[in-house]
Design a binder for this molecule. Structure first.
Ligand code: ADP
Ligand code: XUL
Length: 523
């Protein structure tokens, strides 16, 4: 029992959340927004560098700067970092960080006399990291599927068909387009394992939760698949550390963090995981059949499962749960917060005005629909941005605001059907989960209660809980996952948003029209 820090390195920000397991409370929660601090220096907008032709990258050096800034902000918020017993974390999934042969020695030799970013500038064989929004690897996806014996073969082996944003296709494209830099690459990390490596002062492996978002891991054995590695790039195996046990402490923090930021020399570091697998834990989904929704930069809907059920349509993803036994089925919509913001800004609203428009407009929007593809969409696959309005006048503010949220909710219902899970309740997280008018529409469309939590940073909370679990296990006092999560994932029922059953028929009818409209325009 003690204090545990969870760090989430996400698309737009880095969040740190500290829990006290003795009192079952969140005692600190701070975020470093990338645009606010680093827009000019790293050329990011919404945390992303758009390199054109579908290449969407970010800057690993920026994440290193943010990690130190996060420590300063945590200390300024009143937390004594010396009380933290263990740290775990999560990263936006799929993003790859390419390191050269100086990385390991540079990380172990960090000096507390200088800042982190300045010392690690030279450890990269590629300055930027492609992230989950990248869609430049269609050709590589087809090549990898062919290389392992076809699409179905890759699906059965790794739990996923090849996705443009997944790490394997990104790695293959890098090898093909930048062979010299590929030769200088000694290690490939994901966002998650890169940040944990900075804390541990040595290279840390990718856990199975994030490893399953690579198209490189055997989903059942939870180890890299030689066939998938072979189909992706030459000599890839020697550039990857073995898949790490998510529950096993990798060591203590490097003295850099002790001397410069006041951590205890005994503070343990665990492998980081992906943000969605970490949210699975942070939302308390440790039993099969439980379902949750994350309304962050991307919107994701995911379920905890005991079987490795795959999406044969190639839309959904399957990940290993960081709890070590279960699986996670997930759908990812790119047009999440950015689409909501596009509508908010188009009509000159703030979030209160946006909520007001939802409250004023009728359920079902009089049949008016929007396909909200403000950017190319992942699910369903839409290759170029387009916004389609059907029975909806672009000039009517309230109807357009309602249309974007109803579209997101209807789409999440349609595209989760493959999971074969009855959705009886939805735990919800992410920045938009504070907006109860948005949650009401998701509750009505799914016909079930939607449960928000005290924190909207479930990924960071899940990481803190993983730190607590790993710390206990290392002391030989391993606890059941249900006991670990329960004190932090049982929010008051008063926060719950109940479905309005009077709208059931309206949304069943709208679902059919939306499905038809989407089928007509997707692709
Ligand atoms: P990520 O972790 O993916 O970077 P977050 O989960 O932190 O993203 O969510 C950030 C987003 O939350 C912002 O981009 C913003 O669009 C959204 N957001 C914040 N407050 C509200 C609100 N009141 N209503 C709707 N959306 C909101
Ligand atoms: C999931 C996905 C996104 C990122 C960023 O497959 O691509 O949800 O993890 O949050």
């Amino acid at each position: 029992m003690g204090n545990f820090l969870g760090i989430d390195s996400s698309t737009q920000s880095m969040t740190g959340l500290v829990i006290d397991t003795d009192t079952a409370t969140i005692i600190a929660e701070v975020s470093v927004n990338f645009d606010d601090h680093y827009a000019q220096r790293y050329g990011v907008s919404n945390g992303v560098i758009d390199l054109g032709d579908g290449q969407m990258h970010s800057a690993p050096l920026m994440w290193a700067e943010a990690l130190e800034q996060l420590c300063r902000q945590l200390s300024a918020s009143g937390i004594n970092l010396g009380t933290v017993d263990a740290i775990a974390g999560s990263g936006q999934q799929h993003g790859t960080v390419y390191l050269n042969d100086q990385a390991a020695t540079t990380l172990s030799g960090l000096s507390a006399q200088a800042d982190l970013a300045g010392q690690i500038e030279r450890i990269f064989s590629r300055a930027t990291a492609p992230i989950w929004m990248d869609r430049s690897t269609g050709e590589q996806c087809r090549q990898i599927e062919a290389g392992v014996g076809g699409r179905q073969a890759l699906l059965q082996l790794t739990g996923n068909t090849a996705f443009e944003r997944f790490s394997g296709p990104q790695i293959r494209r890098f090898w093909q387009t930048e062979p010299d830099a590929w030769e200088r690459t000694a290690n490939i990390s994901l966002v998650s394992s890169f940040v944990s490596s900075l804390l541990a002062g040595r290279l840390v492996g990718v856990d199975a939760g994030d490893g399953s978002g690579t198209n490189l891991m055997d989903i059942r054995s939870r180890q890299w698949s030689p066939a998938a590695l072979e189909a992706t790039a030459p000599d890839l195996a020697r550039r990857l550390l073995p898949v790490a046990d998510a529950a096993a402490v990798v060591g203590v923090v490097h003295p850099f963090w002790v001397e410069r930021h006041g951590f205890s020399p005994d503070c343990q570091v665990l492998p980081f995981s992906g943000d969605n697998p970490s949210s699975l834990i942070g939302l308390g989904l440790v039993q099969p059949g439980q379902v949750a929704l994350s309304l962050g930069t991307s919107d994701t809907l995911f379920a905890c499962m005991d079987q490795a059920r795959v999406s044969t349509t190639g839309e959904g993803a399957l990940f290993a749960s960081p709890d070590g036994t279960h699986y996670m089925a997930l759908i990812c919509f790119l047009n999440g917060s950015l689409a909501r913001e596009a509508v908010r800004d188009r009509y000159g609203l703030d979030w209160a005005g946006f909520a007001g428009a939802l409250a004023r407009s009728p359920a079902g929007n009089g049949g008016g629909l929007m396909l909200p593809w403000f950017a190319p969409e992942i699910v369903p696959h839409v290759s170029a941005a387009r916004v389609i309005r059907h029975g909806l006048d672009e000039g009517v503010v309230d109807a357009n605001v309602r249309a974007v949220i109803e579209a997101q909710a209807l789409s999440s219902r349609i595209h989760s059907e493959w999971m074969g899970v009855a959705i009886n309740s939805l735990n919800v997280t992410g920045g938009a989960s504070t907006n109860r008018d948005i949650l009401q529409i998701f509750a009505d469309v799914h016909g079930c209660p939607v449960q928000p939590f005290e924190t909207t940073n479930a990924a960071a909370l899940g990481a803190a809980l993983r730190a607590a679990h790993g710390h206990a296990r290392a002391r030989g006092a391993a606890q059941e996952w249900s006991a670990v999560v329960a004190p932090f994932t049982s929010p008051p029922a008063a926060m719950r948003v109940e479905p309005n059953t009077a709208h059931r028929g309206t949304y069943d009818a709208l679902l059919a029209s939306y499905r038809a409209l989407e089928a007509q325009h997707a692709g």
